[in-house]
Design a protein around this ligand. Sequence first.
Ligand SMILES: Cc1cc2nc3c(=O)[nH]c(=O)nc-3n(C[C@H](O)[C@H](O)[C@H](O)COP(=O)(O)OP(=O)(O)OC[C@H]3O[C@@H](n4cnc5c(N)ncnc54)[C@H](O)[C@@H]3O)c2cc1C
Length: 481
Amino acid sequence: MVDSKTIIDGLAEIVGRKFVKTTPEVIAEYAVDNMTPMAVLSPKNTQQVSEIVKFANLENLAIVPRGSGSKMSLGNPPKRLDLVVCTTRMNHMLDVDTANLTITVEAGVKFRDVQARLATEDDRCYLPLEDLVTEGDEFICSDRSHSGCFLPIDPPCSEKATMGGIVAANSSGPRRLLYNLPRDFILGVRFVAPNGEIVGAGGKTVKNVSGYDISKLMIGSIGTLGIICEMTFKLLPLPEQMATLLFSFGTFSAACDFADHIFETSLLPAAVEVMNATAFANLKMNATPDFATDGYVVAVALETFEEAVKRMVKEIREMARDCGAQSDASLQNQLHLQFWLAVSSLDPNLAARFAGLIKAKLNYRISEWKDIFEFAENTLFQGKLEHAISAHAGCGICTISLLMGQGGNGSVDQAIEVMGQLLKRSREAGGNLVIQYAPADMKKRLSIWGELPPDFAVVKRVKEQVDPSGIMSPGRFVGGL
Ligand SMILES: Cc1cc2nc3c(=O)[nH]c(=O)nc-3n(C[C@H](O)[C@H](O)[C@H](O)COP(=O)(O)OP(=O)(O)OC[C@H]3O[C@@H](n4cnc5c(N)ncnc54)[C@H](O)[C@@H]3O)c2cc1C
C-alpha cells in the first residue's frame, strides 16, 4: 500500500495542490457519517474527475462524491472512505438553449442559479430571487436568458442544493404532483464511471437513446455508480400565474376529506400538501401570512394560466368552506414562491435545530394515504415523539421528522421501535420507508433503505459489474451495496 504522502502528491498532480484539502479541521467538515476522508478534492472539470477516479482505482481508494453536502446523510455509513470529491468548482452552465427548451449544466451548478439564469428580463423567476440567502462570497447568477422558462423540479434545500446532488438523490418536493421527478426532466448525463471512463448517455433531444437508458440509471444512485459531471434537462415555460391557498382544519379527517375532494375533480393543482401544526410552525417565511393553525394545514399550489388559476381559486375555496375550513389565506406570485421556498428549507431548518433529527420518507398506494397518515400520527403520539409530518397528497408520499435530541425530546429506543412499525405499515400498503436523515451513531439500529427491493439481485449485479473494485460510495446503497 502506497503511503498517504505519495497519494496526496499524486492527487495534487491532477487537480493542483490548492484543491487538495488534508488539514484535519477542514476534512472533518466533509466527514460522511462520522467517517473522515484522507483528502477532499475539488476538480475543475470532467477530465480531472476521470483522472482522480483512474488514480483511485490504481490505489484502491474509496470515493464519495459531494455537491453542497445538504444530503450526505442519505444512505448507510460508508464501509470505507478515502476521498471526498466535491463538484462545487464545476459550476458552469454549458448550454442554455431556451429555443429548444433545454439547458446543460455541470454538476456543481446550484439549482437556484439555474432558475435565476432562466428568469425573465424583469426577474420573474421560479424562485423568489431577492429572498435567496447566499453564503460567504457566493452570488446568485445575474446572467438572464430572458426566456421566462424554468426547470420544473422542486427539491428540498433548493437554495443550496447542486444539480448533481439533486439528480444523484432524485430529490423531489410537493410540486412533483404536477411536474413529477428529476428523472422525468433529464435528457442526458455525462458521468465518470468507476473505472474512470467518461460516459455520455442521452442528449438534447427527447428520444435520443437506443438500448438501455443509462442516464436514468444514474438518477438516485447517490454516487454508487459513478460521478455525475454534466446533465441536460428539458425546461417548461414559466406559469403565467402562480398562487397558493392555505386552509386550516381542526382535525386531520376534515383536512384529508378536503384534499380528497380536490382529487375527485378535474382541477390540476401543482401540489396539495397536508401538514401538521408543528411542520407549519417550523416554516421560516420573510413575510408570514396572517394565518395560523393548531390543527392541520392544507396548502394548495396553483401554477398555470391566469383564467385557470382564478377558476381553481374560486372552486377550491368553496370546497374548503364545505369541508369546514377554519381559516384560509391566499398567497399570490411572490408570496407563493416564498412559501414553497420555506417548505423546501424546512429540512435544513429542523436539522439545524434538532441534533438528533430523524427524517423518514414513506411511500404507499395513493388510496391509503389517510390510513397511513393517521396510523403514523397515532403511533408517534403513543410513542410520545414530537414530530413534523407532511403528506404530498395525491403522490403516495409522506415525510416524518422526529424532533429528537437537543431542543427536542423522545427516547431513541422509542424512535427506533416506531420507525420499525411505520416500515411494516408502509410495506402492507405496497410501499416502503427510507430514512433520509439520521445521526450516524443511530443508523446501525435503523433500516435505512427499508425492505430490499424485489429486483435486488439485478441491482446487486449491476453494481458489481459497473464497480468491480467497489470504490464508489461503498456500502451506502440498498442492501449495503
Ligand atoms: C435534513 C434534510 C433532509 C432532507 N430530506 C430530503 C428528502 O427527504 N427528499 C429529498 O428529495 N431531498 C431531501 N433533502 C434535500 C437534499 O438535500 C437536496 O435536495 C439535494 O438532494 C442535495 O443536494 P446537494 O448538492 O446538497 O447534494 P449532496 O448532499 O452533496 O449529495 C447528495 C448525495 O448525492 C451524491 N452526489 C452528490 N453529487 C454527486 C455527483 N455529482 N455525482 C454522483 N453522486 C453525487 C452524494 O454522494 C450524496 O450521496 C434533505 C436535506 C436535508 C438537510
